[in-house]
Write a protein that binds this ligand. Structure first.
Ligand SMILES: Cc1cc2nc3c(=O)[nH]c(=O)nc-3n(C[C@H](O)[C@H](O)[C@H](O)COP(=O)(O)O)c2cc1C
Length: 189
């Protein structure tokens, strides 16, 4: 039934760097999301998407990624901060779709070695989200000094992140439900 169909909210891990700490953050967010009633999720690792780099945009669309974005009601992007920006590969992957994202919610978690928790990469992603047709929420997660947040095996060392992620996910799920209602019930004309 329409009203009980679970929300699908995949988590996109936005870096392919060897030894990436963002993997731990993405796994934690996926795990917290997976515990929500009425929500299905999965971790999408951009390192595993077979996208060519000699072209860009819809021309290189991966059918699997496209289908997941099409099915999604919202997405979470977990992005490290690289020189205050996002990884080129994350942009390359996001650019491969467009209509799949429209009128869907997005929440962003920033990951940084420095003290600002990826606030600068999040700010830089906001105009990109808008152009893709995604609707940003007003809450983020900031994994600052991430090397102190997780140990080398990915164990969470700072439990304060659990309530922060909870607040972020509550807002994202509310927006995902609201936008699904709009997509399914409200005509744009
Ligand atoms: C090319 C590059 C640029 C980086 N620039 C920044 C930066 O601007 N600010 C910051 O706090 N950390 C910066 N870092 C450190 C990352 O934030 C750090 O590696 C963190 O663990 C998240 O990235 P990761 O998922 O690749 O580990 C940079 C790392 C790399 C590889």
């Amino acid at each position: 039934m329409e009203a009980t169909r679970p929300l699908f909210i995949p988590v996109i891990l936005g870096t392919a760097r060897m030894g990436r700490m963002s993997l731990h953050a993405a796994r934690l967010v996926t795990s917290e999301l997976g515990q929500r009633a009425g929500v299905e999720t999965e971790l999408i690792d951009i390192a595993r998407l077979p996208l060519p780099i000699d072209d860009a945009g819809p021309a290189i669309k991966d059918p699997g990624f496209s289908a997941k974005m099409d099915r999604a009601d919202a997405v979470v992007i977990v992005s490290p901060e690289y020189n205050h920006g996002y990884s080129g590969l994350l942009k390359h992957v996001l650019d491969s779709c467009l209509k799949e994202y429209i009128h869907k919610a997005v929440g962003i978690a920033g990951v940084s070695a420095g003290p600002f928790g990826g606030t600068r990469v999040i700010q830089n992603l906001l105009p990109v989200m808008r152009e893709l047709g995604l609707v940003t929420i007003f809450w983020d997660v900031n994994f600052s000094t991430v090397q102190k947040v997780f140990d080398e095996h990915g164990k969470l060392l700072d439990q304060a992140f659990i309530p922060r992620i909870d607040k972020f996910l509550k807002e994202l799920i509310w927006m995902a439900k609201t936008l699904r209602h709009g997509r399914e019930r409200i005509s744009i004309d």
